[in-house]
Design a protein around this ligand. Structure first.
Ligand code: LLP
Length: 463
């Protein structure tokens, strides 16, 4: 099909159907630095490059779809978080956002710690050489086997999430003859301004022990009685993709309030607090995320102030950013397969992946940006919906976005800010193979997670 052989979709704001878009950007060829990885640029021919490698070469060498990860950007963001919090605090990267052995090595080298929440994540971390004492183990229903493996490995902390777990971890620690450092995860009763499925500090949900009604204080009481547990602090994670700092401030205030009550009741000043992760990133040009140094300053100030008022020694603070480190560092590279213009509505652009490589749009109504990356175009903008190849009409990658109206099959398009919760939440729906993660740096590309093959799928199918 030639570039002009299909009619363009609707073009003007006054005919746009209902949606989340704010109108076409002034220039579709410009890549907003806010949503793209740091080294992304266009070369002299107009092809997008990242880490000095152009996307056509990446597509030829690694195929599409593929997650393309900018290693320099990842390291820079990890360093920025580490630097912002300084030597008196710890940064635990949340592995659930995206974890692979290469990522573990980068984190280790950049001085970060790691939060894992399953046996699989723990195994990945240990196999890539993360020292166990720099690992925190999370989860609302850790299995006995997972707890045993974590204690045996010598993880730096287990974050206790329920009354049952206090006893369970203590028993296993006793069996193994190893006193285990623990934090207690509480819910502080904050309604974070984010999607319901990723808000975690209000009481009506599965994580943590409520502060309300004295439950958190009771959990601390029980844990302090158990010799095989060394209670080192309180943990609070209020949710994810949050821009407003006020929720963190309320959480810090309430956690310090609990530390004060613990001191008053038990004469013990717990030495650590963890304020979780959750800082939002820019998925579209409308999002304005905070920088790590602003976040560090705000959190450190509030904790210090509250502790001074309560006459407590300021505890060591830790945080667990996942998305804010890895999210912006990767984009998903797709090839356009089919294009279906619907007059007065929008143009459907089908790519070679979909909800199996990015479930966030279907699950959270997440918004994404998209750009034509294999060339530039001066054609008029058309309202597009980027969809996948799955047997489901909800298989939407980008709900509403503008692409050039001369878009054609074979063009490469990319969806930025897919480093977090895309590969880690990928599925095999329709037996579509999960894409590789390709790291680029200094003019070189390297597969860090290879593409799934049909053999991989068939290996599991033993019936
Ligand atoms: N710490 C704890 C205890 C967590 O549960 C999480 C995320 C984090 C840290 C990291 O949060 P982050 O900084 O990445 O926002 N799948 C959802 C996000 C789920 C977050 C789960 N917990 C999404 O795609 O938006």
């Amino acid at each position: 099909m030639s570039r002009s052989a299909h009619p363009a979709g609707p073009r003007h704001a006054d005919v746009l159907p209902e949606g989340h878009y704010s109108g076409p950007p002034a220039d579709l060829n410009t890549l907003d630095a806010k949503v793209w990885a740091q080294t992304v640029a266009r070369d002299a021919e107009g092809t997008v490059t990242v880490g000095g490698v152009d996307v056509k070469t990446l597509a030829e060498q690694h195929g599409t779809p593929a997650y393309i990860l900018d290693e320099a950007d990842f390291r820079a963001r990890a360093r920025a978080w580490r630097g912002a919090f300084g030597a008196d605090a710890d940064v635990f990267y949340a592995g659930k956002a995206f974890l692979s052995r290469a990522v573990v090595r980068w984190l280790h080298e950049e001085g970060l710690n790691l939060d894992v929440c399953s046996g699989g994540e723990l195994a990945t971390a240990l196999s890539a050489g993360m020292p166990a004492d720099r690992i925190a183990f999370h989860g609302n229903n850790k299995s006995k086997d997972e707890i045993r493996r974590a204690i045996e490995a010598g993880v730096g902390r287990i974050v206790l999430d329920s009354f049952q777990e206090i006893v369970r971890v203590a028993h296993i620690a006793q069996e193994l003859g190893k006193r285990q450092r623990v934090q207690i995860r509480i819910t502080v009763g904050v309604e974070a301004h984010t999607h319901e499925f990723i808000a975690t500090a209000h009481e009506d949900q599965k994580f943590g022990i409520p502060l309300a009604g004295g439950q958190a204080a009771e959990a601390v009481r029980r844990a302090l009685r158990l010799d095989w547990l060394e209670v080192i602090g309180i943990h609070s994670h209020i949710g994810s993709q949050i821009f407003d700092m006020s929720g963190f401030e309320v959480a810090a205030h309430r956690v310090v309030g609990l530390l004060k009550d613990i001191r008053d009741e038990h004469g013990v000043e717990l030495p650590e607090i963890d304020l979780g992760g959750g800082l939002g990133i820019a998925y579209t040009s409308d999002d304005d995320p905070r920088e790590p140094h602003e976040i560090a300053k705000a959190l450190t100030e509030i904790v210090t102030r509250e502790c001074e008022a309560a006459r407590l020694r300021t505890p060591r603070i830790s945080v667990e950013p996942g998305r804010a480190i890895v999210g912006p560092t990767a984009f998903t590279l797709y090839e356009v397969g089919t294009i279906k213009p619907l007059d007065g509505l929008r143009t459907y652009v089908s790519v070679d992946g979909g909800m199996s490589d990015n479930i966030r749009t279907a699950l959270y109504d997440a918004e994404y940006s998209v750009a034509l990356v294999s060339r530039t175009s001066d054609a008029e903008p058309m309202l597009a919906r980027v969809v996948g190849k799955h047997c489901e009409s909800g298989d939407i990658v980008v709900k509403d976005a503008f692409l050039p109206s001369d878009l054609a099959p074979g063009d490469l398009i990319a969806v930025p800010a897919t480093g977090a919760y895309c590969r880690s939440m990928a599925s095999n729906y329709n037996h579509v193979l999960r894409p590789p993660v390709v790291a680029v740096n200094d003019g070189e590309s390297r597969v860090i997670v290879r593409r799934e093959t049909e053999d991989d799928l068939l290996r599991l199918d033993v019936g």
